[in-house]
Structures are given as structure tokens and as C-alpha cells.
Design a protein around this ligand. Structure first.
Ligand SMILES: *Cc1c(COP(=O)(O)O)cnc(C)c1O
Length: 429
């Protein structure tokens, strides 16, 4: 029998598959749609991530956008080391929570009160419960291609919200869980008209102000205006899901860039500094409906965890430095402007969507504004392009439906090398 030689990473993945479903603890990490063995990580530092075979990659996944300073950032590491010696979890109010809450409420004008949780999923799930508790209404609106975490009520994709044909997008989600979830197409300002028969039963509308979870898709002004007008007219709470976009282009989020006035805001990813942490917040008179002040129950053993709070304080102090976002934007422009030029001048039959230091390339399309556009992309070309970059030591987020991210640790050298490889890949495939 011919002997196949597996790398250490491939062997580790084979072992992992015998122990964990698909070998992973979050499905996209398995790289199934890409048809390749996934990255198995040994360590990461700055802009680089290393596999078990000691091969380094310039990382543009950056833990799905959670890492904005770079891996193993010295400031975060110091904060974590200091906190470790004082204990890793208390299950009681601690000063670190108060300090971080103070920083956030002081610098983000639309937040009067916040609550810390441990994941973006928890933040959006709790914000929706709060919206229902506050309004006394039950239905919620979400948009096709927007992702808000894996809780049952939001695992519904189908556009036919009024018909019986709407299906959950996961097994195990029964009709009861999704019957109050109305799904509309993203970026369609006329979509709200169809909701007329239900408009007084809707508690909240949750959306990604800039989509990142179907790849980067920017909102149109008309869509945002229609969304806000509809919600204001029927006392529907606007929940801005900034779990990915929060702290990405400024200290607040996309709501600031697009002048969106929401009622509740959800944050996650970056604020944990690489630890499991997230929060939601808004006006005090709404937030005070949460227990123990009000009747909406919400709780968590590790919420406001002192390690996560310390990492959050370190990352926020960096992000509040003057010029932080200007420097990050310069990095994004250095990488992406030449790619945009090449796409146009060489007629490469693809499109680059970008927002600050986030970007996605869609193959075979010259504009992408909705989930139905995203689904028309050429997955085969993407897969070949992806593997080529991977071989050349450039690690993009491993899916055609995801955003890529830059961090403060990406050097000019990293960016210039990546630009050359991406352009070469786009020309080849
Ligand atoms: C990642 C993400 C979530 C879910 O956060 P988890 O920490 O993975 O639970 C929710 N909303 C948006 C917009 C996200 O990008």
C-alpha cells in the first residue's frame, strides 16, 4: 500500500475528527467548503499565525476580527499577567468591570448603561429578550445574510417570511422558535412595505450596520433610512449589531460612520482583546428593565470576567490613542487601493468590498449589495485563489462568505507582500 505522508497539522486534524464533530468547535474552522485540511495553530504573534509544522502565515482572519492590536500584544499580555496573580474569576462585582464600563459609556455617546456577557451570541440574544420585555411585543425583524450568533430564534434565512415556506437554517430549530422571526432582504428599502399587516406586533429590528458575515457588504443610505423610519413609526426598537463592526473604524462603530440612531447596541469580538467577552447597552430607561432592576432575566457565571475586563481595558486604551484609526486606515489603503486598481485595469471579473480594515473579494461579480448577490459568486475560483494564497503564506478567513481583517501589527512589508500575492492570485484564477 502506498504510504501517504501527512504533516503534523494534518495528523492533528485527523485525531481531532475522532474526538470532536468535524474536528472543530466552530464549523467554519474545518474548511469543509474549501476542500482542504484546515490550519491547526501552534502559536501566533503580531500579524503572524503559525501551524504545527512551523509554517508562518500573515493572518487576515485575526480570530474573525477579534484581534485588532495583533496577536500576543505586549500591552494585553501585561494586563493579563497582572490580573492572573489576583485571580481569574470572582463571580462578584469587581473594579475592572466598573473601569471598563466607565471607559465605554464615556466614549460611546449612545451608551448610558451596559451589561457584559461572554459572547456576541449572548449579547444579541439578551438584547432581543430585553426589547421584547420592554415593548411587550413578540415579533422581530432580521435580514437575510446577517448573522447575530447561533441562538435558535435567529437561525432562519428564508426570505418568504409571511408564507409557510420559511425554514430554519439548522436542524433542531423547531417552528415555534422561529415563528416570530421575520426575515427581509438586506439593502431593499421597499421590503418593509410587506410588513404592514404585522407592524404593530414587532418588538425589534436587528441588523448588521455593515455586513461582515456574508462577506463585507455596505448598507445603502436609502435602506438605512427606510429601516429607521419604519421602526420609529411603529415603536420598534432598533438593535444595531456591532459585534464585528464595533471599534473597527472608530471607537464607537458603524453607527457613527453611517449616522444610525439605534436603541440598543451589541458589541463583542474586539472588546475582549482575544478573551471571551461582549456587551450590549443603550439608554438607561431601557437597560433598567434588566434584572435585578427590572423583570427581564439575564445572567452569566463568567460575565464581566476580570481577565476579559483587563484585556478590554488594555485594548481600549490603545484604541483611544490619537491617530490609532488613521494609522489602521492607512494600512488598509496600502493593501487594498492597488488591488482595486488592478481589478479595474486588468478587468479581473471580481469585486472588492471594503469597510475600514475589513475586506472581501467576490469572484465573478461586479457589484455585491445583498445576500442573493453573494450567493452568485464563483466558489470554485475562490477556492483555487484561497489555496494559492495559503501556499504562499497568506491566511485569509477560510470561507467565501466571510470578511478579512487587518490589525495594527500588519507591517508595510506584510501588506506589500500580500498585495502582490493577491493580485497574482486574482490574475491566475
Ligand atoms: C461574530 C458575530 C456574532 C456572534 O458572536 P460570537 O461571539 O461568535 O457568539 C454576532 N453578531 C455579529 C455581527 C458577529 O459578527
Amino acid at each position: 500500500m502506498p504510504q501517504t505522508l501527512f504533516t503534523r497539522s494534518q495528523n492533528a486534524f485527523l485525531t481531532a475528527k475522532t474526538l470532536m464533530p468535524g474536528g472543530v468547535n466552530s464549523p467554519v474552522r474545518a474548511c469543509k467548503a474549501l476542500g482542504m485540511s484546515p490550519l491547526v495553530v501552534e502559536k501566533a504573534s503580531g500579524s503572524f499565525i503559525f501551524d504545527l509544522d512551523e509554517k508562518g502565515y500573515i493572518d487576515y482572519c485575526m480570530s474573525w476580527g477579534a484581534i485588532i492590536l495583533g496577536h500576543a500584544d505586549p500591552l494585553i499580555n501585561k494586563a493579563l499577567n497582572d490580573q492572573m496573580n489576583k485571580g481569574s474569576s470572582y463571580g462578584a462585582l469587581c473594579e475592572q468591570e466598573i473601569k471598563l464600563a466607565k471607559t465605554l459609556v464615556t466614549h460611546i455617546p449612545h451608551l448610558e448603561k451596559i451589561r457584559f456577557v461572554s459572547s456576541g451570541t449572548e449579547a444579541t440574544m439578551s438584547a432581543l429578550r430585553l426589547a421584547r420585555g420592554y415593548t411587550g411585543k413578540s415579533k422581530i425583524i432580521k435580514f437575510a445574510g446577517n448573522y447575530h450568533g447561533h441562538h435558535d430564534a435567529l437561525l432562519k434565512e428564508s426570505g418568504s417570511f409571511l408564507g409557510e415556506a420559511s425554514l430554519p437554517c439548522s436542524l433542531g430549530v423547531s417552528q415555534g422558535f422561529i415563528q416570530d422571526t421575520l426575515v427581509l432582504p438586506y439593502n431593499d428599502p421597499h421590503a418593509f412595505e410587506a410588513l404592514a399587516p404585522l407592524q404593530n406586533e414587532i418588538a425589534a429590528c436587528i441588523f448588521e450596520p455593515v455586513c461582515g458575515n456574508m462577506g463585507v457588504v455596505l448598507p445603502t443610505f436609502e435602506f438605512l433610512q427606510a429601516l429607521c423610519n419604519f421602526c420609529k413609526a411603529y415603536q420598534i426598537l432598533i438593535i444595531v449589531d456591532e459585534v464585528m463592526t464595533g471599534f473597527r473604524t472608530n471607537f464607537c462603530g458603524a453607527a457613527k460612520d453611517f449616522s444610525i440612531e439605534g436603541d440598543l447596541y451589541c458589541y463583542g469580538k474586539i472588546i475582549g482583546g482575544g478573551l471571551p467577552s461582549a456587551f450590549f447597552g443603550g439608554k438607561a430607561h431601557i437597560m433598567d428593565h434588566l434584572a435585578p432592576e427590572g423583570g427581564v432575566f439575564q445572567a452569566g457565571t463568567l460575565s464581566g470576567n476580570p481577565l476579559a475586563m483587563s484585556a478590554g481595558l488594555a485594548v481600549t486604551s490603545s484604541m483611544l490613542e490619537p491617530d490609532f484609526y488613521k494609522r489602521l486606515q492607512q494600512k488598509a489603503d496600502r493593501l487594498l487601493e492597488p488591488i482595486e486598481e488592478a481589478i479595474l485595469s486588468e478587468d479581473l471579473n471580481c469585486t472588492l468590498n471594503r469597510y475600514g480594515s475589513m475586506f472581501t473579494v467576490f469572484f465573478g461579480l461586479d457589484s455585491v449589495t445583498s445576500y442573493s448577490d453573494v450567493k452568485k459568486q464563483d466558489q470554485t475560483r475562490f477556492n483555487e485563489f484561497y489555496k494559492f494564497l495559503f501556499e504562499k503564506g497568506v491566511y485569509l478567513s477560510p470561507s467565501a462568505y466571510e470578511a478579512n481583517f487587518m490589525s495594527m501589527a500588519h507591517s508595510d512589508e506584510d501588506l506589500d507582500y500580500t498585495k502582490d500575492i493577491i493580485i497574482e492570485g486574482l490574475i491566475r484564477f
